[in-house]
Design a binder for this molecule. Structure first.
Ligand code: ADP
Ligand code: XUL
Length: 541
């Protein structure tokens, strides 16, 4: 059975009371789930873009420009078509849409959608007897949305930093220095390179607020948490920064609309969904947010916990009670509590790089990959590998780099050395930047893992060893999708119940791996060697 056929994974459970719909419009797939009033999963469906929508010819959900491989986009209409399909899959799974009282969603962060003039009218008058994708085919002034993998906006980043007095100042205002994938520089590039399209754009959405707009039947506001991934929002006042807006494009404030708290109710579900899928017309649409903020909602992180998401990107994040100013990493507004923030580190070369090493060293099989990984000792005889298929965010490097104890080599002795070097290198990288950010790693640290690779215990064992901390997992590996469903309930109940009350019913995470006793002796020096290697490599550039 393919992943896409795994419908109604809750075993066809029927909910008695109200239910909540959560979606995650991620890089490689659109996932949707329905949870009951206790937040237990009752149905789930997935649309994998590459295989379920082959007509868009994506690889890993994206198009890499042939002439400029820093330019990476996804067809906006593919996401619309994916929503048509995922809702049909939920229907086949027996979901009763009339029981759903609230909907929310999460989206890959930073990507942008350009609504053509007149698109909002189309959204408001959708015909229930037609698919969304048929009706919205001409609604986008830029048909290929720039996504978070893009790194083609260096020039616009420099201009943004200049507009407010340098990288540190930009980080102080927006929580991040200028990053190429952040939406401000992406919008500035569209304005410069596709002027007519920019002028024909009535509204600009993030991927999350775009998903929300489809359900709301009107262009939905951007929430403050995903909005903090744009280099445009003041993360303390929660308002757009005028100087930064002006640096990116004319009338940008009108095109973006005012940002809202992440748990905000945007409005009732559009009549399209009431008539086509029999949603209740009282069903509310709650603002959608970024996938990392949504994961924070789905993971219910307590004190001492660090979340590590092993998806298309590898990310690490935690709850922050105060914003701090950092150059490597991001501070975002918190999606649950308006008086808190979250720390985020993102590494572009996550699962797709592990897949590349699996394909070259383990015949494309995770089982073989795991056997080879487990057959090598912790520390890998001193071999360290850095594998950056795409321009990495931190460290700013691209390419493969292999080091034995004695120096740089072009190849390791065996596939198992290469596999362990790749996995250890990825987790040492997360540890180094987490420590630099100020994440405290001590005997109380616990890691909560999520994302596609978190079902792989051999990989999680390396994570536990490198961090010298136990790794836990939740029953469902997709915390962003679940977090969106939880946010639907949180948004609906926000005036009367706290997030902690609402999520009190979710099961505690369970222990997946504990670190071996010898790991501090092995990895403390390796972390230092990695720092030295990165120092040398980045200095050379
Ligand atoms: P996204 O970031 O698009 O939401 P996911 O979190 O769903 O992605 O992760 C997708 C990735 O999960 C795939 O690219 C795949 O490499 C990885 N994955 C799936 N199963 C395994 C496994 N058993 N071992 C390691 N990685 C896996
Ligand atoms: C976070 C980031 C990625 C995307 C896609 O800053 O760029 O994690 O959200 O998952």
């Amino acid at each position: 059975m393919s992943e896409c056929d795994c419908l109604n994974k809750g075993g066809g459970k029927k909910a008695e009371g109200p239910t909540y719909l959560g979606l995650d419009l991620s890089t490689q797939q659109l996932k949707a789930c329905v949870v009951d009033d206790n937040l237990s999963l009752i149905a789930e469906a997935i649309v994998q873009y590459d295989t379920d929508l082959p007509e868009f010819r994506t690889t890993g959900g994206a198009h890499i420009d042939k002439k400029n491989n820093a330019q990476i986009t996804s067809p906006t209409l593919m996401w619309v078509k994916a929503l048509d399909i995922v809702l049909d899959k939920l229907t086949v799974a027996g979901v009763d849409f009339s029981q759903i009282v609230a909907i929310s969603g999460s989206g890959q962060q930073h990507g942008s959608v350009y609504w053509q003039k007149g698109a909002e009218n189309t959204l408001k008058s959708l015909k229930p007897d037609k698919f969304l994708h048929e009706q919205l085919a001409k609604s986008f002034s830029v048909t290929d949305s720039p996504i978070w993998m893009d790194s083609s906006t260096k020039k616009q980043c420099d201009e943004l930093e200049k507009a407010v007095g340098g990288p540190l100042k930009l980080a102080e205002i927006t929580g991040s220095r200028a990053y190429t994938r952040f939406t401000g520089s992406q919008i500035a590039k569209v304005r410069e390179t596709k002027q007519e399209a920019y002028n024909n754009t009535e509204r600009i959405s993030l991927v999350s607020s775009f998903l929300c707009s489809l359900f709301a039947g009107a262009v939905a506001p951007i929430d403050i948490s995903d909005g903090s991934g744009m280099n445009l929002l003041d993360i303390k006042s929660k308002k757009w920064n005028e100087a930064l807006l002006n640096a990116c494009g004319p009338q940008l404030k009108e095109k973006l609309g005012d940002p809202v708290p992440s748990y905000n109710i945007v409005g009732p579900v559009s009549s399209y969904f009431v008539e086509r899928y029999h949603f209740n017309n009282e069903c509310k649409v709650v603002a959608c947010t970024g996938d990392n903020p949504a994961s924070l909602i789905g993971m219910r992180l307590g004190e001492g916990w660090i979340a590590v998401s092993l998806g298309t990107s590898d990310t690490a994040f935690l709850w922050l009670s105060q914003p701090q100013i950092v150059l490597d990493g991001h501070v975002l507004c918190n999606p649950i509590d308006e008086n808190a923030w979250m720390a985020l580190l993102c590494f572009k070369n996550g699962s797709l790089t592990r897949e590349r090493i699996r394909d070259t060293c383990a015949d494309g099989s995770w089982d073989t990959f795991n056997k080879l990984l487990e057959s090598t000792p912790r520390g890998n005889f001193g071999n360290i590998g850095l594998y950056y298929d795409k321009q990495e965010i931190i460290p700013f490097l691209i390419g493969d780099y292999r080091f034995t104890k004695t120096g740089c080599v072009s190849k390791f002795n065996s596939p198992e050395n290469e596999i362990r070097a790749a996995v250890e290198g990825q987790f040492i990288r997360i540890r180094v930047y987490a420590e630099d950010f100020g994440f405290v790693l001590n005997e109380n640290t616990k890691i909560l893992a999520t994302g596609g690779a978190s079902k792989n215990t051999a990989i999680l064992q390396v994570l536990a060893d490198v961090f010298n901390a136990p790794v836990y997992v939740q029953d469902a590996a997709n915390s962003a999708m679940l977090g969106a469903a939880f946010q639907a309930k949180h948004g609906l109940m926000h005036d009367t119940k706290t997030y902690l009350d609402i999520t009190a019913t979710i099961p505690e995470p369970h222990l997946a791996c504990e670190p071996y006793a010898d790991v501090a002796d092995i990895y403390t020096p390796m972390v230092q060697r990695y720092r030295d290697i990165v120092g040398q490599l980045t200095e050379k550039k």
